[in-house]
Write a protein that binds this ligand. Sequence first.
Ligand SMILES: NC(=O)c1ccc[n+]([C@@H]2O[C@H](COP(=O)([O-])OP(=O)(O)OC[C@H]3O[C@@H](n4cnc5c(N)ncnc54)[C@H](OP(=O)(O)O)[C@@H]3O)[C@@H](O)[C@H]2O)c1
Length: 248
Amino acid sequence: MKTTGNTVLVAGGTSGIGLELARRFHAAGNKVIVAGRRRRLLDEIAAEHDGIEGEVLDITDDASIRRLFETVTTQHPELNVLIAMAGVMVPERVLDPGSLEVSERTVGTNLLGPIRLVHAFAPFLVEQPNAAILTVTSGLAYVPLPTTPTYSATKAAIHSYTESLREQLRETSVQVIELAPPLTRTTLMGSGTDNERAMPLDEFASETMSLLESQPDAPQILVERVKRQRFAEATGTYDEVFAMQAGR
Ligand SMILES: NC(=O)c1ccc[n+]([C@@H]2O[C@H](COP(=O)([O-])OP(=O)(O)OC[C@H]3O[C@@H](n4cnc5c(N)ncnc54)[C@H](OP(=O)(O)O)[C@@H]3O)[C@@H](O)[C@H]2O)c1
């Protein structure tokens, strides 16, 4: 994809990776709209950045997605890039009855949410020149984290969905790109942003933007840190990486 001159919608851009990439795209000369549930953050982000707008979105609610589509495409008929960033990550224990609600919410947000977004925006995007849809998976799509089984499963599913989506849109103007971040310092899963094992957000965003620029046709954006998980199966290290993630 080209990294300048786009109008980019970051669905899930109020914090973390989505917000940092929104800032980077904005700084690189793109119009940016961020969407999420937290109205206060949306207002703050828009007030701090001339050229970034905020729109409310609950990705688990199809009516909210439809409203977002109408608003954004009316106000920005040149919209050409959709980043399906929204996600939640919550630990689950299958023997705890309360965990079923977590699983269902995780599927609704991380899997059904991006699928609904794609259905809402793809027919519009195929009419735009130089369009792109970016999905967001994880290193955990390739080797699961046993404490978050549904989270890991939704990311594996989004990887699979992205492969088929790319094929279905092959003859259109829409490029389909998978971002697969490694463990990155954000507040996802309620953690602090000081986890030493996680990649600093700033470094992740810089490497990602530079890969998008240097590999404009890449189907997947893989920073160095995620390659151990991404290629674990191919390099015969799956069992070792899985055992490590299981804390064994
Ligand atoms: N951090 C990591 O280690 C890591 C690694 C691999 C992949 N990822 C993926 O990267 C993406 C961003 O995560 P992050 O680490 O940046 O965490 P984050 O700071 O918690 O960001 C999550 C974003 O998703 C939005 N979101 C969550 N539920 C939503 C809903 N129902 N409707 C609309 N937006 C919703 C949040 O906005 P609101 O709360 O305002 O709605 C927020 O903007 C996720 O898909 C995550 O799975 C993260």
